[in-house]
Ligand binder design. Structure first.
Ligand SMILES: [Zn+2]
Length: 202
């Protein structure tokens, strides 16, 4: 919405800040003094060509002139940073939940594997039936553990013990690295050294 009064007041304020009379500004813009007065009273706005000239003289953007105010860039940046912090926090929360889910999936996988093996061992059945049960339990557990590892790879970061660089490793790095709980022996992509890298959420 174009607010003629607001634009008019803005032009007047900026003109006075530049210590220009209406006549002086009119001269610079190749318009009559009456025209400037008309704008400042909210009875019209400059045409496109004149808009560009005004912006140059007042050192403002067309956007600011049409909004009738200077736009505070710092305020914009603060707002953007606030949004980034919010985003970061929601990622942290999501990662925490994922890592909790990883434990559930991991434990379930082991329970499934054990129970299938126990059934195969103690319940009377044909040999081929035992083999199918054991293989099936093994495949289910493998899928579960693969899924849990995927979570461990993408949730949060690993921090290099040598250079403190934070990174998200590749799936194969996570799959093939030695680990104690969530601390893994991996090569840091930044300093290229191998060390025990801790899992961190932020
Ligand atoms: Zn490193």
């Amino acid at each position: 919405m174009i607010d003629y009064n607001k634009i008019g007041n803005f032009i007047m304020t900026e003109r006075k800040a530049q210590k220009l009379t209406q006549a002086k500004l009119a001269e610079k813009l190749f318009v009559s003094e009456k025209t400037v007065s008309k704008w400042e009273n909210g009875n019209g706005i400059p045409d496109t060509n004149t808009l560009l000239l005004i912006c140059e003289i007042f050192n403002i953007s067309i956007n600011e002139l049409l909004n009738g105010e200077r736009i505070d860039t710092k305020n914009y940046i603060d707002k953007a940073e606030e949004k980034l912090v919010e985003l970061q926090k929601s990622k942290e929360l999501g990662d925490k939940r994922l890592l909790a889910l990883e434990i559930v999936i991991g434990v379930l996988s082991i329970i499934i594997l054990l129970s299938f093996d126990l059934i195969a061992a103690f319940i009377p059945m044909q040999t081929w039936q035992r083999i199918v049960l054991i293989v099936f339990g093994f495949i289910l557990a493998l899928v579960g553990i693969g899924f849990a590892l995927k979570i461990e790879q993408v949730a949060g970061y690993y921090v290099c013990n040598k250079c403190k660089h934070k990174y998200v490793p590749t799936y194969s790095q996570v799959l093939w690295s030695a680990h104690i709980n969530r601390t893994r022996y991996m090569k840091c992509p930044h300093c290229k050294q191998k060390s025990w890298n801790k899992k961190v959420i932020k």
